[in-house]
Unconditional design. Structure first.
Length: 285
């Protein structure tokens, strides 16, 4: 029996607080402080901001500097660094009576129709009015229409397999492409044991050469054993070793075993950080 999660990145929002992934431009008092950025194909805008609580006194004026750390885009025939890299936008803000700080940063048009891939990373630095740094957070977003990542939890073969498939990688690249595979595992041996999570780390890097614009690569296919609970998450980043540009990415998660309750005994893929799922009309095939 196989349980598969396929992630095709259409649009992504990722906020980073240390090593913790948190979603969202949404604001809520009492939440941990984080930066956010969206690459939104619905509004055709890139937007940024910060929200949450982090040591800012009630009703205190601050200024937040939003710096574009990196960013790339790709079309079917070319790729380039986004023009905004290195730019900084400073916005004034003020915490609420409960110490919550919500500040909207820069926003710009996002010409989605011309892109098959887009990524942007921003660092938001909160300062007091005298210029002293209070805290800093980083966030990134990805938009991808040509990279699919599949993670398969297969009990029949007792393996967990990660694979990436892509199309329209047509840009002339003299050194081929590089795929960086990262992974994270969460497991619990028995009901009485602690739950362990191995944080995201680089597993391996592969070189691939597009054939008529198509790429395919197996990141790993590892033996797996049944545990009380076990899940895996993978991230694949496609880049050019020639110019260093990132031109594709994807992430996926699957659950190999889950015996925490009868309702969860049948493993199923968990929602990826970014992506979509579609119905599969199997009865008609």
């Amino acid at each position: 029996m196989k349980y598969i999660r396929v992630s095709a990145l259409v649009a992504g929002v990722v906020g980073l607080v240390g090593g913790l992934l948190v979603g969202s431009p949404a604001s809520a008092a009492g939440t941990s402080f984080h930066a956010w950025i969206t690459c939104d194909p619905v509004t055709n805008k890139v937007a940024t901001g910060v929200t949450g609580q982090y040591g800012v006194a009630a009703n205190t004026a601050v200024k937040v500097e939003f710096k574009v750390e990196s960013g790339y885009y790709a079309t079917a025939t070319t790729s380039a660094k986004i023009p905004a890299v290195g730019s900084t936008t400073t916005v004034a803000g003020k915490s609420t009576a409960s110490g919550d700080l919500t500040v909207k940063g820069y926003s710009r048009d996002f010409p989605i129709s011309g892109y098959i891939f887009y990524t942007e990373k921003v660092t938001a630095t909160v300062k007091n009015t005298a210029g002293g740094i209070i805290t800093s957070r980083t966030a990134s977003c990805d938009y991808d229409r040509h990279t699919n990542v599949t993670l398969t939890c297969d009990h029949e073969t007792q393996t967990i397999t990660a694979r990436v498939d892509g199309v329209q990688f047509n840009e002339p690249l003299p050194m081929g492409l590089e795929i960086k595979w990262e992974r994270s595992t969460t497991s619990q041996e028995t009901a009485s044991d602690l739950v362990w999570t191995m944080q995201r780390f680089v597993w391996k890097t592969h070189g691939v050469t597009p054939v008529n614009g198509t790429i395919s690569d197996v990141g790993f296919s590892d033996p797996a054993t049944d545990r009380y609970y076990q899940s895996q998450t993978v991230w694949a980043t496609v880049s050019s070793p020639y110019n260093g540009r990132t031109i594709g990415s994807g992430t996926a998660t699957c659950v190999y075993s889950d015996h925490r309750s009868p309702a969860k005994a049948v493993a199923s893929g968990q929602p990826a950080v970014k992506g979509y799922s579609v119905d599969f009309p199997m009865s008609g095939y």
